[in-house]
Write a protein that binds this ligand. Structure first.
Ligand SMILES: NC(=O)c1ccc[n+]([C@@H]2O[C@H](COP(=O)([O-])OP(=O)(O)OC[C@H]3O[C@@H](n4cnc5c(N)ncnc54)[C@H](OP(=O)(O)O)[C@@H]3O)[C@@H](O)[C@H]2O)c1
Length: 253
């Protein structure tokens, strides 16, 4: 069945995506979203059982790997490129949060969170951008947060990394956009995932957060699909260096 002409802008048929942090939560959901538009998807994370569960129903592939370990990134990238060819879409969704107020942050926690949340989006993406340059087409999506713009409780390291994602996204966009490779960030509001389990468990706080949005609820993972598909497809081809808040109006309120 052929698509209406306007929808072809969003068609990802023929594209290969690699999504890190794809064993759960936002990464897993976005892997499915890209597949639903025709992309072949390679999922990357550390837990093989969870990767298998995400990749199998979407006919995808997976690579077990730790994106914080820089000396393993070449091997992860080589494997990821071996299934369907070199990816031309990268989503950096791997994430951890070690919650502590500023006066209690430990140096090892700083290093661990920064390695996953800030360094990995650059060094993981570097492994794929050469092939995108050769092709003259590529899409990179980083994941920010409300803490990209706001101070949040006990988010000293996380929030600092996410604020820097805004800058990293702009810098990568400056260097890669002339090659036909756009770089943008999506900043989600609050979504129920393993990462936010401690927040969800505090039902009064979860309710207050919902009321802090304009729409009046926290996010469902599907709420992120439209933004990701737009930025991953030809529809978003003239959008680069941008940070898009998908937060029900939280930061605009
Ligand atoms: N949920 C929210 O409300 C929210 C809001 C704003 C931003 N975010 C951001 O969205 C991204 C996804 O988070 P989420 O909420 O979907 O949490 P999640 O369900 O806990 O997912 C995090 C993913 O990252 C992977 N991961 C963690 N460390 C890794 C490493 N060193 N190497 C490879 N993969 C690693 C985890 O898989 P393995 O454990 O299998 O490696 C998992 O697949 C994060 O950047 C998070 O900060 C989330």
């Amino acid at each position: 069945m052929s698509l209406p002409a306007g929808l072809k802008l969003f068609d990802l048929t023929g594209h290969v995506a690699v999504v890190n942090g794809a064993s759960s939560g936002i990464g897993a959901s976005l892997a499915g979203a890209l597949h639903s538009c025709g992309a072949q998807v390679v999922c990357v994370a550390r837990r093989e059982d969870r990767l298998r569960q995400v990749a199998a129903p979407i006919g995808g592939a997976y690579v077990v790997g730790d994106v914080a370990k820089r000396d393993t990134l070449d091997a992860i990238a080589a494997k990821a490129s071996g299934f369907f060819g070199p990816p031309d879409i990268v989503i950096n969704a791997a994430g951890i949060n070690i919650r502590a107020p500023a006066h209690e942050v430990r140096a090892e926690d700083w290093d661990e969170v920064m390695a996953v949340q800030l360094a990995a989006p650059l060094f993981f993406t570097q492994r794929f951008v050469g092939a995108m340059r050769d092709k003259g087409w590529g899409r990179i999506i980083n994941i920010g947060s409300l803490s990209t713009e706001r101070a949040l409780p006990s988010a000293t390291v996380y929030g600092t990394a996410k604020t820097a994602i805004w800058g990293l996204t702009r810098q990568m966009a400056l260097d890669f956009s002339p090659w036909g490779v756009t770089v943008n960030a999506i900043c989600p509001g609050y979504f129920e995932t393993e990462l936010t389990a401690p927040v969800v468990a505090d039902t009064a706080r979860w309710q207050r957060l919902a009321e802090s949005t304009m729409i009046g609820r926290n996010g469902n993972l599907e709420d992120l699909h439209g933004a990701a598909i737009f930025l991953a497809s030809n529809a978003g081809g003239y959008v680069t260096g941008q940070t898009l808040f998908v937060d029900g109006g939280f930061t605009a309120k």
